[in-house]
Design a protein around this ligand. Structure first.
Ligand SMILES: [Zn+2]
Length: 198
């Protein structure tokens, strides 16, 4: 245990994902020895990111404006929506350059153990988007793990009556993992080889 504010810093850092007590301590001591201007810059970015970044009103991707860059881009195909769990998945799919449509970020996956059902995700918002008839294909790009599968199955069942083309990424993605861990080539192939959801 350290004194006062140093311990506070270690405690705060320790709350971050993937930062254990040892790492928190290491980062804290790095900051204590760092140039004050560098630390100030880090602090400014932390404050600004919370002030400026919000979620796109249409797809819930991160955005600095009312609508994200992808939703605002008139060259993107408005008839295809790719449904993902998190905004980091948007980044992963964008990197493949395989997809020219738009996205819908659910904000997670169905996981009864964690108390997350469809009501906790942006499913209602997805259905609202699909209601205008402009969208003809929905690509379900949830993670290749249990929660992702459960979410895709739930969505397939609920979207089927709308008469849209519903597709899922081709197999070949590392099972049990996150979409973002797949390399660009594999993810790109899974996209190109997408198949009708059952
Ligand atoms: Zn958007």
């Amino acid at each position: 245990m350290y004194e006062g504010i140093v311990q506070d810093l270690i405690d705060e850092l320790g709350q971050l994902p993937g930062v254990g007590p040892k790492s928190a301590q290491r980062i804290a001591f790095h900051l204590l020895q760092a140039d004050p201007a560098d630390v100030r810059r880090l602090a400014d970015v932390l404050v600004q990111v919370k002030q400026r970044v919000k979620f796109c009103a249409t797809c819930f991707n991160v955005s600095e404006e009312e609508q994200c860059r992808i939703c605002r881009d008139p060259r993107r195909d408005p008839s295809v929506i790719c449904v993902v769990e998190e905004y980091k998945d948007v980044v992963a799919i964008e990197r493949t350059r395989e997809f020219r449509g738009r996205y819908h970020v659910l904000g997670g996956a169905i996981s009864p153990i964690d108390g997350i059902g469809p009501e906790q995700l942006r499913v209602r918002e997805l259905l609202t988007r699909l209601a205008d008839g402009q969208i003809t294909e929905v690509i379900l790009a949830t993670d290749p793990n249990l929660e992702g599968e459960a979410t895709a199955t739930y969505l397939t069942r609920n979207l089927k009556p709308l008469g849209l083309r519903i597709t899922r990424l081709a197999s070949g993605l590392p099972v049990g993992g996150d979409l973002e861990y797949a390399d660009e080539v594999t993810l790109g192939r899974a996209f190109a080889g997408r198949r009708a959801a059952e």
